[in-house]
Ligand binder design. Structure first.
Ligand code: OSB
Ligand code: MG
Length: 369
């Protein structure tokens, strides 16, 4: 496909409810969207970098800079066969995986439209009904958290994940288990603990958690192996896994028994598929993580989640949990059984609300070849 031009834009979207993790609270998203204009179709990609470099080193502004100065100029006016080729021809910029993923995924999105196949088939998916879970942030108090869990369980979600940090952990988990002894429950620390706290972390074992996500340093695999050896609960790595090599290292070291895959964190569909393939070969279950995406990133997460190895419920949930109005049509909805149906339409399966996006846009720039 000939890429005539690439448009970068930043949109602002207030969250329906603030989202708090061990590294901070988000109330409004600043989302960078990439549009690849190719042969009459528009491929869309969403950059999952946060407003601040807290989850990882990237932010909306660093991604804008890297896309504008390096990545978009390398593709504008060029011919590319596919999303896979986009990954192979990414300029030699180190890291900045979320910026790269936004562009690569936009090319996959365009490729699916041009080939008139569903994006999920293009990436090699097999699942047509996806298991949905929710990620619930740190709240003002325990009561609010328990109320939120009750609402999500009533909606049908198959797995509840709560954010934890020192001071918001054992008591919280104890109250959840007292109310719901048998639900699929996991927690995510976003690197809030250190190896000095093994005795404390061992106490998590009493709650029969499906997993503890990323308890230790974001750049650490080996020390998670030491921790996993001490715990009966399975560890799951998120921040530590930036590519398929890391996934293989974590599996070989027994640093975790489950992997979270995020399109942005690993640099796009091509690498996410490779992470999946490594895990599937080792019989390590994976699930799709979320980054408070708008509908575009959400649609791409769903396409990824159709791959065979995504056997655990992901942080793939309804648009309405985040947005008063999402930028796609239809919005992502979840059945009373906590499932999301995959569309058989060509492309991403969700139309773009261009007028709404235009109204939400605070900056926009088109890079031409
Ligand atoms: O660690 O999974 C995470 C949101 C922002 C940054 C990191 C994470 C999260 C979530 C939200 O848990 C998942 C979602 O989008 O529903
Ligand atoms: Mg996480």
């Amino acid at each position: 496909m000939r890429i005539e031009a690439i448009t970068l834009r930043e949109i602002r979207m207030p969250l329906v409810h603030f989202f708090e993790t061990s590294f901070g609270r988000t109330t409004e998203r600043r989302i960078l969207l990439v549009t690849v204009h190719a042969e009459g179709v528009n491929g869309w990609g969403e950059c999952t970098a946060g407003e601040h470099p807290f989850y990882c080193e990237e932010s909306t502004d660093t991604a804008w800079y890297v896309l504008r100065e390096y990545l978009a100029p390398a593709f504008a006016g060029k011919d590319l066969a596919s999303g896979r080729e986009a990954a192979l021809r990414m300029p030699a910029v180190r890291m900045h995986r979320m910026a790269k993923a936004a562009l690569e995924n936009a090319v996959w999105d365009a490729e699916a439209q041009l080939k008139q196949v569903p994006l999920w088939k293009l990436v090699g998916g097999t699942r047509k009904e996806l298991a949905a879970g929710v990620s619930i942030g740190i709240q003002e108090g325990h009561e609010q958290l328990l109320e939120k869990i009750a609402v999500e369980l009533a909606a049908g979600y198959q797995r509840i994940k709560v954010k934890v940090k020192p001071g918001w952990d054992l008591e919280v988990l104890e109250k959840i288990r007292a109310a719901w002894p048998w639900i699929l429950l996991s927690c995510d620390a976003n690197s809030a603990y250190t190896l000095d706290q093994v005795a404390h972390l061992k106490q998590f074992d009493q709650f029969r958690l499906l997993m503890i996500e990323q308890p230790l340093w974001s750049d650490e695999i080996f020390l998670h192996a030491l921790l996993q050896h001490e715990l009966t609960t399975s560890l799951c790595l998120d921040e530590s896994i930036l590519n398929a090599r890391h996934a293989l290292a974590a599996i070989e070291l027994k640093a975790c028994r489950i992997l979270n895959v995020k399109l942005g964190r690993v640099g796009g569909f091509s690498e996410a598929i490779r992470v999946h393939d490594v895990a599937l070969a080792a019989e390590i279950p994976v699930w799709c993580g979320g980054m408070l995406e708008s509908g575009i990133g959400r649609a791409h997460n769903l396409a990824l989640s159709t791959l065979t190895g995504f056997s655990l419920p992901g942080d793939v949930s309804a648009s309405a949990r985040y947005w008063r109005e999402d930028i796609i049509e239809p919005e992502v909805t979840v059945s009373g059984q906590g499932t999301i149906a995959v569309s058989d339409e060509a492309g991403r399966g969700y139309a773009i609300k261009e007028d709404l996006i235009e109204r939400l846009t605070v900056r926009k720039e088109t890079i031409r070849g």
